[in-house]
Design a protein around this ligand. Sequence first.
Ligand SMILES: [Ca+2]
Length: 258
Amino acid sequence: MRTLLAALTAALTLGAAAGSVPSDAAAASQRGSCTRHLLFCEDFERLPRGGPSTLNWGVDTRNGTLTVERDRRGNQVLHIHTVDNGRAFLRVDDFAAPGNRFYGRMRLRVDAFPTAPDWAHFTLVEATGTGSSEIVRPIGGQYAPTVPGIFWGVGADGGPTGDWTNWRESAPVVEDTWQCFEWKLDPADNRVAVWIDGVANPELSASTNKHGGNDVPFILPTVNTVKIGWQLYQGGTTPGAFDLWIDDIALSTKRLGC
Ligand SMILES: [Ca+2]
């Protein structure tokens, strides 16, 4: 089994290096990616196509839809569609990580990011829980008209640090391309970290006294809910609707890689 896993890992790595889309699409269509012990996993392979029907996660939408689709290779993915400032999330309820420390991983392709209104702000991953009112947003971004550009940034809202998105010019978004996003939430120093396509970006991070909000400590909640999808907060967007595809979602006590 170990040899098989090693071979699979090697195959996946080669696929990633070759830039196939997504890297394990062919393999995933046959065996799925939920093969290890994980806190949560969804590869969409066992779900009927169409509106999601599962007991493993919930749906949180407003002016948005979630649809399980099959791509050209037979791999199943989640299509997220929202209109203007709508939202559509897959919601993991009753989540609990040992020691409140966990990693997340997903593959993602976004058709187009907002170029209006100015400072259009979007969130793809949100973690909430008890003990702190911070709504932690490890994966999100913002259109910055001053650069101009659209950039990823760690953010939060709802807590003492306020509403902030620490977008970084070192992390420009890439449209219409499958990428792998990983994040970590660690109660040690209340640290948030992000990797894109396996590469850590130290600017995509937050910790107790180093974050993008008010000058007060940033404290992670004991996470019991994780939402993955898309929300944009301002109305009057360009484009008028948003489409993205997500696959191979996993939450784990260990970093999974891509
Ligand atoms: Ca899949």
